[in-house]
Design a protein around this ligand. Structure first.
Ligand SMILES: [Zn+2]
Ligand SMILES: [Zn+2]
Length: 368
């Protein structure tokens, strides 16, 4: 703001002390933090995870389901709904909606999630979940029976419709696209490739989810830029090929964020799969396969800025306006503009989060 601009009466002056002001981050794919997983299905767990992510600069959050029983999913949706209605600054990152992610994964792409909690889309089940009104992002593997009906239902509810944990072909993606699918979860992780489809169908080799996203300007995707999931050249490739308007930064963080290294449950505390955190990333014990991240969106922003040629405004866009646009909340959040919520970060020159404002009110950054 120029010095000559007149401040409204009673305005608060905030000194960024030579750092940056940034729109609050928007995380469309996140499972938990500070010991809590959204799938724990309690108000206390939802609040704990939202507060943890606020300390990392996330002001708008889409708590993300994983595989689990219909009862566990219903409890998660109810707990998120209760915190969303409450809407207090002390609750941390504001819930804009839920990302309904598991349980409709392909059996061969379940990854670190509980195989027992995976199933094919069941209209009687998901209609009940959509009826809560809180789901804003909806994932299903495109090759599953019933996927198209799921996509159409999700599109009807105004969701960003996404394909993930999938071994889909180009043809399956094209069908999904006609049913409203426009996004792919964590690019290169738990998704098809030319090589994985060769195992499924032999030759001639087929185009995969990767080619479908890169070739289709209406498709967006997201990367886990924690330095452990994807190499710098893959992050640079994604940025150059997709550009900052089609690529989102997400944490995909699990409950081990801000927790000491050790063993943790991915998903519900009662029966989620065991994963391990070394403090840098989550992985499957013994096997070495990765099991989502344990760092905040601020760390993703710093890493993306360090290892790619994306400019700072572009990197910030990928963590704020782009996910807000894709999830349909850009009229409210995602950039610093008159009329939007005053979700503002003060970052220092090294892009560390110094202050966080939610709707103009400062959030305490002290750990719980
Ligand atoms: Zn995943
Ligand atoms: Zn995930």
């Amino acid at each position: 703001m120029g010095r000559a601009r007149k401040l409204p009466l009673g305005a608060t002056l905030v000194d960024a002390k030579g750092g940056y002001i940034s729109p609050g981050f928007v995380d469309i794919h996140v499972h938990g933090g500070d010991g809590a997983d959204f799938m724990d299905g309690t108000v206390a767990a939802v609040r704990t995870a939202c507060r943890a992510h606020a300390r990392h600069g996330t002001t708008t959050i889409f708590p993300t389901t994983t595989t689990g029983s219909p009862v566990q999913l219903a409890a998660m949706l109810a707990a998120c709904g209760e915190v969303k209605r409450h809407g207090a600054v002390a609750d941390g990152a504001r819930i804009a909606g839920v990302h309904f992610y598991g349980p409709y994964f392909a059996p061969d792409k379940v990854g670190c999630h509980s195989q027992a909690g995976r199933r094919d889309p069941d209209a009687r089940e998901y209609r009940r979940h959509f009826a809560t009104g809180i789901i804003r992002i909806a994932t299903c593997a495109a090759e599953l029976p019933g996927a198209e009906a799921f996509y159409r239902e999700a599109t009807g509810h105004g969701c960003l419709v996404t394909c993930g944990h999938s071994n889909a072909t180009w043809a399956e993606m094209a069908r999904a696209f006609r049913a409203g699918m426009r996004h792919v979860d964590h690019f290169w992780c738990a998704m098809s490739s030319v090589a994985s489809l060769r195992q499924r169908f032999g030759t001639p080799m087929q185009a995969s989810m990767e080619q479908f996203v890169l070739a289709n300007p209406e498709m967006s995707t997201e990367v886990i830029a924690d330095g452990c999931h994807l190499s710098p050249e893959l992050l640079e490739f994604a940025y150059r090929q997709l550009g900052p308007r089609r690529l989102c930064l997400v944490t995909d963080a699990n409950r081990a964020l801000d927790m000491p290294p050790g063993r943790y449950r991915f998903g519900c505390a009662a029966d989620g799969e065991w994963i391990e955190s070394d403090g840098r990333v989550g992985f499957v014990p013994g096997g070495g396969a990765l099991a989502s991240s344990v760092v905040g969106l601020d760390a993703m922003v710093r890493h993306m800025k360090t290892v790619t040629t994306a400019s700072l405004p572009e990197v910030i866009r990928m963590a704020s306006l782009t996910p807000a646009e894709r999830a349909g909340v850009a009229n409210e959040v995602g950039s610093l503009a008159p009329g939007k919520r005053a979700d503002v970060l003060v970052l220092n020159q090294r892009l560390r989060v110094k202050r966080v404002f939610l709707g103009g009110e400062e959030v305490s950054l002290a750990a719980d």
